[in-house]
Design a binder for this molecule. Structure first.
Ligand SMILES: [Fe+2]
Length: 382
């Protein structure tokens, strides 16, 4: 409706969001002829659940495809899925999985609609041609944290440039999102914790980003308060009500990330693809350090204090830092970069530092960054 850029904050979102226990059954109301269902590996192993999902989908023809990429997608790893998808010619694509599945499917969808997209179109924000000429898109997350289901971007890893590249278009916002906590019931503890920390980092980094705005502030405060109230209960009792709260918090934080971008913790986390540090774990490492670093600026320190107070977790940046550390301690993942093969020499790697500086997270971080400051942060994470 409006031009892409306006001087006022705007709110863009998925077209429809269905939520609640057993809401996956809403797929029985789907209006589609040929549906391609693209799923992650873990769901492909849960035969009963998969059967329940496929039998709910209302369509004439259904084709189930298991994603072909591991962890984060690379462009070449999308090809086997495209090879199955293109001859099928679906008019609806459903992605069920964690953030990397949903991101990968967004990219598969873009290549299905526009084969041969060039690198320069992919890497320029809002340069992608219009989607939905062939298919509509539905995203169903199986983790609570990445916010990919309400994000206008899809991230892929470029192994040559050793960096993660975000492809950005509001067309990626799904036609339909389903948040069914049943899909999270058996989630492994480390994945639950690390994806929730990713959500925390979206809420916290967005709150102090140069793009923060009052509407998103409310979402951040609510997301943090909900996570701090529910995450420990979720570890012990995987009941649907608690998991639903985490799904809502992840979506709220996802909205914040989508509108305020994020900060230096994400700028560094995005460089950890070569070292196979999961995205949420990378944020568990960098977020406390980035809060401490940004608190050198008095205004930012006050913003952290306001966030801690309004979300009920304390009254200073220290309380936010401690919340992340406390949650991380319940996981069995290492919080030291050196345990992932990241040695001291990488802290001064010029390509890595420049990639981090070029990341949108660095651009909108409240405190300006340079190679030396990033090196210091990396050294503290070893
Ligand atoms: Fe993230």
């Amino acid at each position: 409706m409006l031009k892409l850029r306006t001087p006022y904050p705007r709110f863009v979102n998925a077209k429809e969001i269905i939520h609640g226990v057993n809401s996956i059954k809403a797929l029985s109301g789907l209006q589609a002829v040929k549906v391609a269902l693209i799923i992650g590996l873990s769901l492909s192993k849960k035969e009963e659940l998969l059967k329940k999902i496929t039998s709910s989908i209302n369509c004439h023809q259904l084709h189930v495809i298991i994603r072909s990429w591991e962890d984060e997608p690379t462009l070449s790893s999308l090809q086997p899925v495209l090879d199955e998808l293109i001859p099928f010619q679906p008019d609806c694509i459903i992605a069920i999985g964690g953030g990397s599945v949903i991101d990968g499917v967004k990219l598969v969808w873009a290549f299905y609609e526009h084969p041969g997209l060039s690198d320069s179109v992919l890497s320029r924000a809002f340069a992608l041609p219009k989607l939905r000429g062939k298919a509509r898109f539905c995203a169903i997350p199986t983790t609570a944290g990445t916010g990919s289901e309400v994000s206008s971007s899809a991230v892929f890893f470029d192994p040559e440039k050793r960096k993660k590249v975000p492809v950005v278009t509001h067309d990626f916002l799904p036609d339909l999102v389903i948040l069914d906590p049943n899909l999270l019931v058996g989630i492994p503890r480390n994945i639950l914790l690390s994806t929730v920390i990713d959500a925390l980092s979206h809420a916290i980094e967005g709150y102090v980003s140069k793009l923060n705005n009052p509407l998103m502030d409310r979402f951040s405060e609510l997301a943090i308060s909900s996570i701090s109230n529910h995450i420990l209960k979720a570890i012990d009792f995987r009941n649907e009500e608690i998991l639903a709260e985490l799904q809502y918090a992840a979506m709220l934080a996802g909205w914040v990330q989508n509108h305020c971008v994020v900060g230096v913790s994400h700028a560094l986390a995005h460089q950890m693809g070569s070292f196979k540090v999961p995205h949420g774990v990378a944020n568990a490492i960098f977020l406390p350090l980035s809060i401490r670093f940004n608190s050198q600026d008095n205004d930012t320190k006050q913003r952290y204090a306001l966030l801690a107070k309004n979300s009920g977790v304390g009254d200073s940046f220290y309380d936010l830092e401690q919340l992340i550390i406390r949650i991380s301690q319940f996981g069995s993942f290492s919080l030291k970069l050196s345990d992932y093969g990241f040695t001291e020499e990488y802290t001064k790697d010029l390509l890595l530092l420049q990639n981090a500086l070029d990341d949108p997270g660095a651009r909108f971080n409240p405190v300006s960054l340079d190679h030396e400051k990033l090196t210091n942060l990396l050294e503290n994470a070893l």
